[in-house]
Design a protein around this ligand. Structure first.
Ligand SMILES: [Zn+2]
Length: 342
């Protein structure tokens, strides 16, 4: 797969490709942005392009020896460091002294898998690449252990730190990397990709609007999971408008974890947009959730445009609170209570 298959992210990808073309690679990059938008793929492609024997200077052919080895994770000059337990499960790491593998990247991993390996000579590649993904799994000690390498990396070596919460990294680590920002993907791009993958247009539109800008999430929303969510909105739409307790019960039930709460909010937002469209444009309004037409019409009648907008704003505030680590149950409860007492 070449760089052109990464969806969106033209700026970040072009920075990497321009560096490859000029042969002037930075010693450390921080690929930062939300989950599921192509950061990990871009990092792997960069490692491949830097060592490729087939493609142009700024891309990977995907078929030569180095490209294939890197894709399989067995190239001796591409060092991949992940959470201890992920590496342990794959048989690529064993914590010292029989300790249970943690969810972190720990100091021992930095010493063994980065420092020690970088102190040896290169094997067969043109450029040595260290992939730290997710970089924010490094605990503070591990980050401090990496500082020396970030400051003075050996020649012909590039470190790629991949992170969906880059701001949680130590400032000393961040400041030693060139930051490349990856953005959430527009729903339209996700929808096009899903249709190209053979999804029906209706399913693609719904999955794209629920994915929060992540292709990974959009792809994971299969027909069954979409149906489950559609039913949740149908239930929400059918709740009595003036029964706040019923709404609180609904909120609690949908807030089993952060991801479920987020998806519920995204879904309510799609539906409230439909309610607003119906309230403004009447029967001819095109609806994202066409099957919910009758309940949407009823809600439009009841809430009017102002009510639909007000509820939509409350949902957006809830989404923002969820991103800032508030308790999912509390956030959803506050949201529905706000609908009735706003
Ligand atoms: Zn190649």
């Amino acid at each position: 797969m070449p760089f052109s298959e990464i969806l969106g992210q033209e700026r970040a990808v072009e920075s990497l490709r321009a560096a490859l073309r000029r042969g002037a690679l930075h010693h450390a990059y921080l690929l930062a942005g939300p989950e599921g938008v192509g950061k990990g793929t871009a990092a792997r492609l960069f490692a491949q392009a830097a060592n490729c024997e087939g493609g142009p200077a700024d891309d990977a052919c995907g078929t030569c020896g180095p490209c294939r080895k890197i894709a399989r994770g067995v190239h001796p000059d591409v060092l991949a460091v992940e959470e201890e337990r992920v590496m342990a499960r794959a048989g690529r790491w064993e914590p010292k002294g029989g300790r249970t593998p943690s969810r972190d990247i720990v100091v021992d991993q930095i010493r063994e898998l980065v420092d020690r390996r970088l102190s040896m000579r290169r094997f067969e590649g043109r450029r040595r690449i260290v992939l730290l993904d997710p970089a924010d799994a490094m605990n503070p000690q591990a980050q401090n252990a990496l500082l020396k390498t970030l400051e003075e990396p050996p020649p012909d070596t590039t470190l790629l730190l991949v992170s969906s919460s880059a701001d949680s990294l130590l400032p000393t680590v961040r400041s030693r990397c060139l930051r490349l920002g990856f953005s959430p993907l527009p729903a339209r791009l996700l929808e096009e990709r899903l249709v190209a993958e053979g999804r029906s247009p209706g399913e693609a539109r719904l999955a794209a609007s629920l994915a929060g800008g992540s292709l990974g999430r959009a792809l994971a929303l299969n027909a069954e999971r979409l149906e489950e969510r559609r039913q949740a909105v149908e239930r929400a739409a059918a709740l009595p408008a003036d029964d706040a307790l019923a709404w609180v019960a609904f909120a609690r039930e949908r807030a089993t974890d952060r991801e479920a709460a987020r998806e519920t909010c995204e879904l309510l937002l799609v539906w409230l947009r439909d309610v607003l469209a119906r309230a403004m444009a009447g029967e001819g309004a095109p609806l994202a959730l066409a099957e919910l037409g009758p309940v949407t019409a009823e809600a439009a009648e009841r809430l009017g445009p102002a009510g639909a907008i007000r509820r939509g704003d409350a949902v957006k505030r809830a989404l923002s609170a969820l991103r800032h680590n508030a308790s999912p149950a509390l956030v959803l409860e506050r949201m529905v209570i706000g609908w009735f007492h706003g």
